[in-house]
Design a protein around this ligand. Structure first.
Ligand SMILES: [Zn+2]
Length: 111
């Protein structure tokens, strides 16, 4: 399978893993959009968040629990979590991943 996130999870591509547990890994986004921009990736390969909700809803919850823990560890007063689903919404890696962004003010609506 030619999935960059699965290769990171398998250790075939090096990454700075901030979290590595049974359900997920987390590592900094290589193209950060905020001072803190972390990708939280389920170890089970699914295309997007909705598919993860279908096949392993507990793993979806674990992504948000990891986001909260990281925000506490990094002293973020607030944070934004984003799932992009589909190319039209900006998804570029088709392995579900939750973006955790923090460290700056965020506008609404998001761009
Ligand atoms: Zn994958």
């Amino acid at each position: 399978m030619n999935c960059i996130f699965c290769k990171i999870i398998a250790g075939e591509i090096p990454a700075n893993l901030l979290v590595d547990n049974n359900d997920l890994v987390a590592f900094p986004d290589l193209n950060p959009q905020a001072p803190t921009h972390i990708l939280i990736v389920p170890k089970r390969h699914v295309e997007n968040a909705a598919e993860l909700a279908e096949v392993q809803p507990s793993a979806l919850a674990e992504l948000f629990k990891a986001a909260k823990k990281l925000s506490v560890d990094l002293n973020l007063p607030g944070y934004r979590t984003v799932f992009n689903t589909g190319e039209a919404a900006g998804q570029s890696v088709f392995n579900a991943h939750l973006h955790l962004l923090g460290g700056r003010a965020f506008g609404w609506p998001p761009g």
